[in-house]
Design a binder for this molecule. Structure first.
Ligand code: NAD
Ligand code: UDP
Length: 320
């Protein structure tokens, strides 16, 4: 059962994960204010929620103080570019969303005595030297490479969140989210799943980076959102990994997309991204033990649902 919270602030609420989170919160009877500046997503993601009595969409840049007049019981801080293509394009904005943005979201939680949930990321582990990644692993991050604008912003956000808990008693939680996929990821955000799905549906070659032997563990968005809600409803400070521990190579994921779409697209190898993590897989023992949470929707179910959404919602060239 989805927990209810009174009123929630969701920064980045018009984004991919944020829009699903808003939906689930509203369905459980929580009032929701989604704050977004539409840097990497558009209001179309929450269009179906506009007009619902408990929902308000506020155009806000989290790098400015969030002087929201409402009182909040929970603050979910998701506002940040999240795809490598987006944060390579928006390096300074990404650093500012993770630093000033997190501070402003924490200020609201402190003001209202609200539970605060930070959407951190598996990227804090960088290109990890330990597998699977447990929360007590400190990571292996290049602090000056192009990915650092995201990785270090999130590491700073975790440090700030932890200090606000220790020094000011704010009721904080940190979720380290692993690769999440599903409907409403922007078709052109450059991430693996929307890229492969749109390429397969459009009859274009699937662009596999490097050897394709690097791994990811992909989690369906409904599972990730359920994890965020369970964390918010608990008093666990985290960090806690939220992800699906089913580790696959990128090449295997590309082949799964070909199989689900029935596409005859070729695989085209392209240059590997700089500092691309070679292996990524969450250890979710902590979430299982403390939150009673684990993923329920495996790729065999989540990928067809995702493909179906893109086929219905994204205009594509006809299959060749
Ligand atoms: P997304 O790009 O779809 O959503 C991010 C949202 O934040 C967008 O709506 C964007 O417009 C908004 N935003 C960005 N900067 C802002 C600012 N300065 N002020 C207000 N709004 C701003 O990405 P997503 O995949 O939904 O990611 C959501 C959160 O979850 C991010 O914090 C991301 O780091 C985290 N996360 C996501 C994944 C994943 O696989 N999707 C994995 C790890 C962590
Ligand atoms: N990738 C790929 N082709 C693409 C986009 C991504 O092979 O068109 C690879 C990318 O290099 C990485 C993996 O897929 O190894 C996951 O990339 P994504 O951008 O989805 O997320 P990341 O885990 O890197 O944040």
């Amino acid at each position: 059962m989805t927990p209810a919270f009174g009123r929630a602030l969701v920064t980045g609420g018009a984004g991919f994960v944020g829009s699903h989170l808003c939906e689930r919160l509203l369905a459980a009877g929580t009032e929701v204010v989604a704050a977004d500046n539409f840097a990497t997503a558009d209001a179309g993601n929450v269009e179906h929620l506009l007009g619902l009595p408990g929902f308000r969409l506020a155009t806000r840049d989290v790098t400015e103080p969030l002087d929201e007049p409402d009182h909040f019981d929970v603050v979910f801080h998701l506002a940040s570019a999240a795809s490598p293509r987006d944060y390579f394009r928006l390096p300074l904005e990404t650093l500012r969303a993770g630093s000033y943005g997190t501070e402003h979201a924490l200020d609201i939680a402190e003001r209202d005595g609200a539970r605060f949930v930070l959407a951190s990321t598996s990227e804090v582990y960088g290109d990890p030297r330990e597998h699977p990644q447990r929360e007590d692993y400190w990571g292996h991050v290049n602090p000056i490479g192009p990915r650092s604008v995201y990785d270090e912003a999130k590491r700073y956000a975790e440090a700030l969140t932890s200090a606000m808990r220790r020094e000011r008693g704010v009721n904080t939680a940190i979720a380290r989210i692993f690769n999440t996929y599903g409907p409403r990821m922007r078709a052109d955000d450059g991430r693996m799943i929307p890229t492969f799905v749109c390429q397969a549906l459009g009859g274009e070659p699937l662009t596999v980076a490097g050897t394709g032997q690097q791994t990811r563990s992909i989690c369906y968005v409904d599972d990730t959102v359920r994890g965020l809600l369970a964390l918010a409803a608990s008093d666990l400070p985290g960090p806690v990994n939220l992800g699906n521990p089913h580790e696959l190579t990128v090449l295997r994921i590309a082949k799964e997309v070909l199989s689900v779409t029935g596409s005859s697209s070729a695989i085209e190898y392209i240059d590997a991204a700089v500092d691309d993590p070679t292996r990524r897989c969450p250890d979710i023992s902590l979430a299982r033990r403390e939150l009673g949470w684990e993923p329920e929707i495996e790729m065999a179910e989540g990928l067809p649902r995702t493909v179906d959404w893109y086929a219905r919602n994204i205009p594509l060239e006809p299959l060749r």
